[in-house]
Design a protein around this ligand. Sequence first.
Ligand SMILES: C[S@@+](CC[C@H](N)C(=O)[O-])C[C@H]1O[C@@H](n2cnc3c(N)ncnc32)[C@H](O)[C@@H]1O
Length: 446
Amino acid sequence: MQAIDSIQIEGKLSTLSISEPADLFESWLGNRSIASIGTNAGAPEIPFQGWRHFKEAFPPELIARAVRESDIRVATCLDPFGGSGTSALACQFLGIRPTTIEVNPYLSDLIEAKLSTYHLPALRGAFNRLIARVDDMEVSADLNAFKRNAPATFVEPGVDSKFIYKRAILKRLLQFRSAIDLVRDERLRRLFKVLLGSVAIPVSNVTVSGKGRRYRGGWRDRLTKTQDVDRLFSELVQGAEADLKLFGSRPVRDYSLLRGDARLLTAKSEPIDLVVFSPPYPNSADYTDVYNVELWTLGYLNSRASNAELRARTLSSHVQLQRVYAAPPNGSKLLTAVLAKLQEQRNELWHRDIPAMIGAYFADMRTILHSIYGRLSARGKVFMVVGESRYADVKIPTAPILSALSADLGFQVLSQEPFRSMRVAPQQGGRPGLAETLIVLRKPRT
Ligand SMILES: C[S@@+](CC[C@H](N)C(=O)[O-])C[C@H]1O[C@@H](n2cnc3c(N)ncnc32)[C@H](O)[C@@H]1O
């Protein structure tokens, strides 16, 4: 492991004398102590995690705890629902080789940008060249294509006079996108693109939360200028450079990122000693919606069909897409009872596919747990953070159902630890009284 000393950050001298991965990990988190692993408060201040605030992320301390509590030595760790890359990045700090899977291409790039190694003078040089050419980027054709293909709400005149971007702001974002496309180094291109993604919402007329997209109060009077795009992007690049100066040299720089559907790719993971993850909750939120503005603005989506294709590859946790739902799995009597209750109340449900979606959610999760079992070392553990949801009067008790399905697959269920009630839960849009639970499983010796 490499020692780091005397790091110069914007004129300030900060000396880190670090010899162990655990020390480096603690120093990455600012030696903070958090009340519970259920809180991700303070994430924007953690180097790398502030590149894009990801409300649904769990704190890196969860990965440290899972490693500490493992019964076997942990050399490799899998997170099949990578999100903002918390598990994989924490693993690099802890000296563990990470494998992670993520279906959303914008989030996959965010993960890879964090896990990559950079040459800082090259980064600065590429940034300076980018800034020098951005004004000259000719994007009329891109703007027209965007208007033709993206949902009409994206750019003025919008729909019913409501729109996400003023034309000038979208044009500036597209100029940056084109200038970034000309960056030769793939890693730097990806880093800049991801950081431009973090500008997309602040310069728009909307905010996005687990509850969906909303127009900002007083958005019509808001004076967003094209210079705001330039300033925010520049600040983000400077912030990323500072993080990389301090923590670019981690004990493990290696990683494996599988871009695509965890239902198919988990079985293709390398052999693993530990699994830590939080899947989408069965609450009808779709990450394709949550990150839709970035997906379109950065060019990951360019047609309605590409939007639908991405949705189809996400876990069956929402009903935004008409699809063939997998049949509910056997192995949990509680699931059978819950599905019967949903059927009884189907006239009260806001969408007729909800019972089928819930059945398919647990079928998908069973598939993933089955694949994990196949790749996990004997006596290896799984740490899984899951959340309940509710439809009409029917609560979906996700933790006991997943525990029963896991036991049916051969796992030992070591604990179910409720750690927060989702009063302001990101994935649930703030509904009270729904539990989030940490389930710990172990694969038996043989
Ligand atoms: C709760 S978030 C994970 C957050 C993560 N633990 C973190 O700290 O950033 C769930 C993630 O699963 C991803 N996802 C949804 N369906 C998927 C699928 N079929 N395969 C892989 N990833 C999927 C979503 O895009 C989202 O990023």
